[in-house]
Design a protein around this ligand. Sequence first.
Ligand code: UTP
Ligand code: MN
Length: 528
Amino acid sequence: MALLPRKKRFKGVPAPIVPRVPLAGSSQVGEEIKFHEVGIFLVERRMGSSRRRFLSELARRKGFWVEELMSESVTHVVSENNTGNEVLEWLEKQNGLCRNGFTATLLDITWFTESMGAGRPLEVENRHQLQVEGAVAVTEELISPYACQRRTSLMNKNRLLTEALKVLAENAEFSESEGRYLAFSRASSILKSLPHTVTKVEDLQRIPSLGVHSRKVIKEILEDGSCSEVESILHNERYQTLKQFTSIFGVGVKTADKWYREGLRTLDQLRASDIKLTRKQEAGLMHHSDLGAQVTRAEADLIKQIVERAVHIFLPHAVVTLAGGFRRGKDFGHDVDLLITHPEEGKEEGIIYQVIKWMASKDLILYHNFTGSSYKAKSMDPEIFDHFEKCLSIFRLKTELVNNLESEEVSRSDPLARNETRATGLADRTETSRQGTAAGAGERGWKAMRVDLVVAPFSQYAYALLGWTGSRLFERDLRRYAKHLKKMSLCSHSLFDSEQNIFLQATTEEEIFAHLGLEYIPPHERNA
Ligand code: UTP
Ligand code: MN
């Protein structure tokens, strides 16, 4: 098979962009390549050379990468009036291509023309795919590019691969390259959903949406046991520093990068510096070690009980639900996400202020920040934000309560009362120097934990619950699916059908999936 000279083993610090470099003399020279994840090869058979040339130029003008020759960097093989078997046979004859090593997707011209119309490479759907008889892997059902059409439990059978892709995604996030961040995150997410461990490249045939770069990384790990690009990122000083700084509550990529460029490398250097921190960052740095230690399910349940009790003092019929990763069945999390609502709409207004005020008076709050409609999530997901009343906070949880959690007595007794009588107030708090450690939590008698409280009006509760259950990628794909395939607009408040021009009401998550024409996926299978 004709290999382009671009296939190089990666060495050194990663280049910021996946390079698709126009070959000298090819008509791609001079055209800007917009979609680096897609490499198109047009099959001349039955298309003819002049139509092939015309279509190639059209695609290149629109920023697509079109290969003259079949190569390993081709992801999308497009043909007209051929069956899948005819295309494979033709490729075999022309390029000596072996079908077992073939990972590109065989597509009908419809995918090409629709993509040209849209001005971007469209997600491959079943109808675009050419079937190949006798090829088990290709005739098996394809894996959807949308996380909301896949079931992803917590049993990740491809951890070696997904961890590597996660490093690449993180590194792309640190380079503020959203396209690459998404491509690697999606690749990792798809592998998480597979019911088996990938052991050879051919196992990837059912996954048309895997990008070239991700495929390359997977192939290298399968062949060599590790990926040189990933190893080099892990040893990269900037990556290590940004990873450390962004692990501070309140610190995003931009701030971390600024500190890095100012020469800071460690938390201690940051503590010793005269850099002005926001109140949130100050709290994040002060409790960094506690917040870095994972929240256990038992702790999350306890926090839910405490909040529930506080809420019921003011609103006896309010409902408090544990959302986020714990609702998806995780045993550990980085925070506790609690959703509050009341069956009588309007009653929930202002509850969050009362609850926090009351809890602060019991010395249970180390940091809090109310946010409302102007709030936007710190992340690369522009779609994930909502306008609910919420409070991002750091709780002060008595370790004794946590240690005794297993005992029947404590779970039945009043956790708040115990926290209250045992709280030692200010004396304890001054002890929390900027050095506060999770190990120190035992001696100190309490542990700092991140808690997000969100209040949703009852009529929006199902949407809020769906939105706050995650995972982030699952939510992102739900919205993308709704927009691209259903012409609907989904957020944590509502679902708008732009063809009918109406908002679709729902009281359960099941109804929302039904509105979207999706099979219902329960929370524990949304770990995309
Ligand atoms: P988290 O960031 O807490 O993630 O947001 P998680 O899945 O619970 O994971 P860990 O275990 O804490 O690390 C929970 C969900 O809430 C939604 C996201 O969809 C996310 O999956 N969310 C979060 C929002 O809708 N808006 C936000 O501002 C934050
Ligand atoms: Mn969470």
